[in-house]
Unconditional design. Sequence first.
Length: 202
Amino acid sequence: MRKATKADRDRAVEILYKAYKDNPTFTWVVKKSTPEEFEKRVKLLCGFLFDSILPIGGVYMTSYNDGICMIYNINDKKNTLYSWYLQINLAFKVIGLNRALEIMNREGTITKMRPKGNYLYFWVLAADPDVKGFQDMAEIRDETFKMSIDLNLPIYAETTVDRNVIMYKRYGFEEYDTWKANNEVTVHFMKREPNFEAERNK
């Protein structure tokens, strides 16, 4: 796994779009319109994810460029003129101004529920569904866990997909909180300690 560069943007957006275009918990933020416009906006959303995290060095591609993850030190993510520009652009071109406040409030609640302190935040994980992604997923898992151990920092993440909670727990995460965003969406807050393997093998 290697750090992504600007040259990886097109491939990263392609992977993210393929992986998330049919995921309602991902695409619900996108303003609905014609199928062509919806596809365009989902791709703009994927580009926003990449552009937001690339400046702090938190975007990683797998060895064969078929998988991507975004993980970074939570204290490295700060509001800048560039990040505000990206968010304003997202509001106008992807979300729609009438829903921007709702989404900002939701993200604000999630942010407040995260702990203070120093930790790695695992934001995005995707593999090209047209490729057998087991190797990519294993590479991302192993490299992010190694990062956590080397830095002696826990990993925090969130998911709104119930089956992902089971996967997280299988790999040593614990669920430390939940929040019911609405009648259809529950946010699960997950945490994995860097010494999990050592503790499990005692």
